[in-house]
Design a protein around this ligand. Sequence first.
Ligand code: GLA
Length: 394
Amino acid sequence: MQPPTRSRLLDAIAVRFRADFGAAPFRRFFAPGRINLIGAHLDYNGGDVLPMAVDRGIYMAIRGRDDGRIALRSLDQTLTIDLDAREVGERTRPELGWTGYPLGVWQGFRQTTGVNRGFEAVFAGDLPMASGLSSSAAIEVVTALALDTLHGTQLDRQQLALLAHRAETGFVGVRCGIMDQFASALGRAGQVLLLHCAGPRWEHVPFDGNACEVLVLDTRKPRLLAKSGFNERVAQCATAHEILRTHGRDLPHLALYSMGDLEMAKSAMDDTTFRRARHVVSEMERTRKGALALRAHDYGGLGALLNQSHLSTARDYEVSCDELDVITAAARACDGVFGARLTGAGFGGCGIALLRPGQAEVVAARVGPVFRERFGVDPGFDLLRIGTGPCEIG
Ligand code: GLA
């Protein structure tokens, strides 16, 4: 993928804004997407995750309106919306499509702050859409920041993240954890977020871009089963947690149990439930070790944990697919690759590889043909850098 430059994107947004809503002034904002280094499917299990905001995301131009209406456009989507703000209900509707994300944030913002003003906005992104890099969280966070700044309501970054998360779970109806919205809202240049989802509490851990880079491996496989498969995993984890609570210690989250606890409750679980829980408990251990490896700048150690994580998400959690298995295995076989795994929810979308700086082109040149030979599709490669958090663009 060759993304448009930031200035070209901002120019294109301005052109669309003027065409649809008339002359300036408007204000512009940005929120990043994320990749998750390790901690797969731990956020909704009260575990630790290690995401980083990337240097791509969603841009937004916005202006308040005093006629009680909301109008939304995207350079990446054909659907446009012009509605009376009073028509925004408590849940999204199929005909609202992608606009459910910003409308959900607007609804939550109104309920939290009492500000009831309409707005018009144009969005555009330089992230591959719906591929597991959290374009939806970026849309939510950029909307939350823009509304907050426009109205001087001074919400802090955690409040913005929670507003964004509520839009996704309450309004749009995906039972996701808090990782994506927190990763976007709390992103910091040169740092990875170590988020303890049980709190939530967080720390920032330095990532040395001169010692390690992150290459996105895009299978181009649509994540068709992502929503149903995701919600099914959430339900299976809740079942495992319930069994553990009644057969041993009563802990508030599945990720907080040990392998010993799991072994003791094993006979009360069916095989699938046991394997889902084993992924969660072992991934928590890997993520803790991963954070230590990151602090020690041990990228080889971190990479090995990524490889184990992939295996566990594939075998025990069953959210991988042939495309993700092949692309990550081909990357692992290359010199200079520390490790590789799927990122995001899985079921298609992207993997990531950690590699020595300067290796990306060689890896792409070796992995591309292997993947094409097997699936007849050219995968995408994208070297992502750590981005900043969300901001207004002056
Ligand atoms: C999706 C969800 C996140 C998280 C990941 C899996 O991206 O939105 O909350 O659960 O899957 O780690």
